[in-house]
Design a protein around this ligand. Structure first.
Ligand code: CAA
Length: 284
């Protein structure tokens, strides 16, 4: 699969577009408006510059990656793609709309349509299309250029050929390790990670320990690269909330229920790094 489409150019979509372009694919990216596209393009440029400064990419590679990407606001531009990865907000209604639309515009009957959803059932997205055997979950991790994992999630109807193509794309093309997961909310990683982050928020909410101490406890006590509250800021409080809600809806287990503090911070627009403030405050 060489002709890649990425729907959504936020934190995850921009990372997916970047790694696909860096691997030599022809990448088309679609966003809803000018502002979102400009922010996504700027994020990709910053990340490529960071890779060059870190010695992970040379100037020619940077130019080639930039040249391999094109951007638009029209989902119809996905028509000629062999592989489309949806990476929009974690809203079931919005994702269903995209999949229904893709099913109408993507011409190649063998094209694969993947979702980077963290928790929404792949089966539901597949049923919005006319080719459920080619719909699959491909869940990347943030920051995409740095994190070495992709979860591949087959629904009850996903074809083995589709899954094999996606596994090969993630490993051979992108150099990531694949974990296969069943189609249950949270898949493997978030089913474990989200209760851990929510426990950190509950600990803070109860006044049991400070933000800094909770995070230092896990960084220095358990060698995690960042503590649960800093990680929640990196993921985005809104995304963490959406994944927790999907998990709670699916399993009705108390450990997945979003604590009020998380909910109020989302209401206040304190969404973490992307808005400059969450559990910590960030500079420009
Ligand atoms: N391209 C390639 N490499 C890059 C890069 C880029 N754009 N940006 C940074 N790097 C490299 C750096 O060169 C560095 O490499 P070396 O280790 O070889 O030196 C490495 O990536 C780390 O970068 P930094 O030194 O700049 O940053 P850091 O050491 O402070 O680490 C971090 C930052 C990678 C975010 C680290 O804190 C971390 O791993 N945190 C945990 C992240 C995590 O858990 N993510 C998953 C979130 S869950 C999710 O995404 C799924 C969901 O559904 C919610």
């Amino acid at each position: 699969m060489e002709k890649i489409g990425v729907v959504g150019c936020g934190l995850m979509g921009s990372g997916i577009a970047e790694v696909a372009a860096r691997s030599g694919c022809d990448v088309k990216v679609v966003e809803v408006n000018d502002e979102a596209l400009a922010a996504g393009m700027a994020r990709i440029e910053r990340s490529l510059n960071r890779a060059v400064n870190a010695g992970k990419l040379d100037e020619a590679g940077r130019e080639a990656a930039l040249g391999a990407m094109s951007f638009s606001e029209d989902l119809g531009d996905m028509a000629d793609r062999e592989f489309v990865i949806e990476a929009i907000i974690e809203s079931e209604a919005a994702k269903l709309d995209v999949f229904e639309h893709l099913s109408k515009v993507v011409v190649d009957p063998n094209a694969v349509m993947a979702s980077n959803t963290s928790a929404i059932p792949i089966m539901k997205l597949a049923m919005a299309t006319d080719r459920p055997q080619q719909v699959i979950g491909m869940h990347f991790f943030n920051p995409v250029p740095v994190m070495g994992l992709v979860e591949v999630i087959s629904s009850l109807l996903t074809g083995e050929e589709t899954a094999a193509k996606c596994r090969a794309f993630a490993t051979d093309r992108l150099g990531k390790r694949v974990v296969n997961s069943g189609d249950r909310a949270g898949f493997v990683v978030n089913a474990l990670l989200i209760p851990y982050i929510l426990s950190g928020v509950r600990m803070l909410e109860s006044g049991f320990a400070s933000t800094e101490d909770i995070d230092a406890g896990m960084v220095l006590g358990c060698n995690h690269p960042m503590g649960p509250l800093a990680l929640c800021d990196l993921i985005g409080l809104d995304t963490t909330m959406a994944v927790a809600e999907s998990l709670y809806e699916e399993f009705r287990e108390q450990l997945y229920a979003p604590p009020p503090m998380l909910s109020r911070m989302c209401d206040a627009g304190l969404l973490g790094r992307k808005t400059g403030r969450g559990f910590y405050t960030y500079g420009s």
